[in-house]
Design a binder for this molecule. Structure first.
Ligand code: NAP
Length: 313
């Protein structure tokens, strides 16, 4: 039997594992913390890691895999992987950009519609049998609002394009101005928040964008403003966000991402001004297959000595 070259690390589905194992001699573990417990002989032959999840993958794991050449991430966001440590060891990191843009943008717009048209409350009313006894309070109009995108990257751009079709006025902040159809650039999240009703966060995660949207931006957004986050829980000051939601100093939030997922701050569960989703932005059959396909293509290219498709470092 050939040496195991691929370590499948994380909560992959049986279908996903089958595709990876069908392509390369592989070993599966539940997460990075299990690497240290693998026999030394098994660790010594691993040349590629297929990674899925949000647990840190850093120097400890890299040091335990002496033949490693690539960590291929399942997902565009690779903030769980210590890229600097990988680069220092000559290990390549890849991710899965673009193939998930549509799904994440769709979910952002879906959460915004759910918030403004009270879809969750409406469903509860219909299912309760109380429809004849009480009416749903009037909603707030969605089309034609003013939206600010924090981070007009691949996903942010898809969200803005969708919201333009809802006749929204589009504002954004990014480190550089983009070539956009008449959208308005602002220097930072605070200046952006002051001009809009919806603040949609589509930043990369990681230390550089930690608390990028803070208490000052939430204050500038004001009592009519709604925060939408589909990026990472780290990009917004979560303590300040919870405070603003509980005190009603902003109108509400629609969130797909949190700190400490899935054991999120229990204060979120009592809020009646928030739409909450379980980090399911890319969670469709089609997109998850495409993400696995791109991850596998990167691994296969590396093992064959070919150029990587979507290298991060
Ligand atoms: P992208 O194209 O790289 O765009 C990222 C944006 O972040 C860009 O606008 C960029 O600003 C900004 N940015 C990067 N570093 C920054 C810094 N140091 N300070 C300020 N802004 C910075 O990434 P993407 O493909 O759109 O993905 C964005 C993120 O979405 C991912 O990293 C991931 O965390 C998240 N995501 C979530 C889900 C989900 O299920 N909810 C699914 C997929 C992805 P510039 O325009 O100035 O370069």
């Amino acid at each position: 039997m050939s040496d195991t070259v691929l370590l499948i690390c994380g909560p992959f589905t049986p279908e996903e594992r089958g595709r990876l194992e069908g392509a390369h001699a592989a070993l599966h573990i539940g997460g990075p913390d299990e690497i240290a417990a693998l026999p030394e002989a098994a660790r010594a032959t691993i040349r590629a890691v297929a990674y899925k999840g949000h647990h840190p993958f850093g120097e400890t794991q890299l040091a335990a895999l002496p033949a490693l050449g690539i960590v291929a991430n399942y997902g565009v966001g690779y903030d769980a992987i210590d890229v600097a440590a990988a680069s220092a060891r000559g290990v390549k990191v890849t991710n899965t950009p673009d193939v998930l843009n549509d799904d994440v943008a769709d979910l952002a717009v879906g959460m915004m519609l759910a918030f403004s048209r009270r879809l969750e409350d409406g469903a509860v009313l219909v299912r309760s049998g109380d429809w004849a006894q009480r009416a749903l309070p009037l909603n707030r109009k969605f089309s034609g609002g003013r939206v600010g995108i924090v981070g007009l990257g691949r996903i942010g751009r898809e969200i803005a394009d969708r919201l333009a079709a809802f006749k929204m006025e589009i504002h954004y902040t990014s480190r550089s101005r983009k070539d956009t159809p008449g959208w308005t650039w602002h220097a930072d999240p605070v200046a952006l928040a002051a001009e809009v009703d919806w603040l949609v966060i589509a930043l990369v995660g990681g230390p550089e964008t930690q608390n990028h949207v803070g208490a000052e931006a939430l204050a500038a957004l004001g009592s009519e403003g709604v925060v939408v986050n589909i990026s990472r829980g780290t990009t917004v000051d979560e303590a300040a966000l919870l405070e603003a939601l509980e005190q009603g100093t902003i109108r509400g939030a629609a969130l797909d991402v949190f700190l400490n997922e899935p054991d999120i701050d229990p204060r979120f569960r009592s809020l009646d001004n928030a739409v909450l989703q379980p980090h399911q932005g890319s969670g469709t059959v089609e997109t998850r297959r495409a993400m696995l396909g791109l991850q596998l293509d990167n691994i296969t290219a590396f093992l064959a000595g070919r150029a990587l498709l979507t290298a991060v470092n």
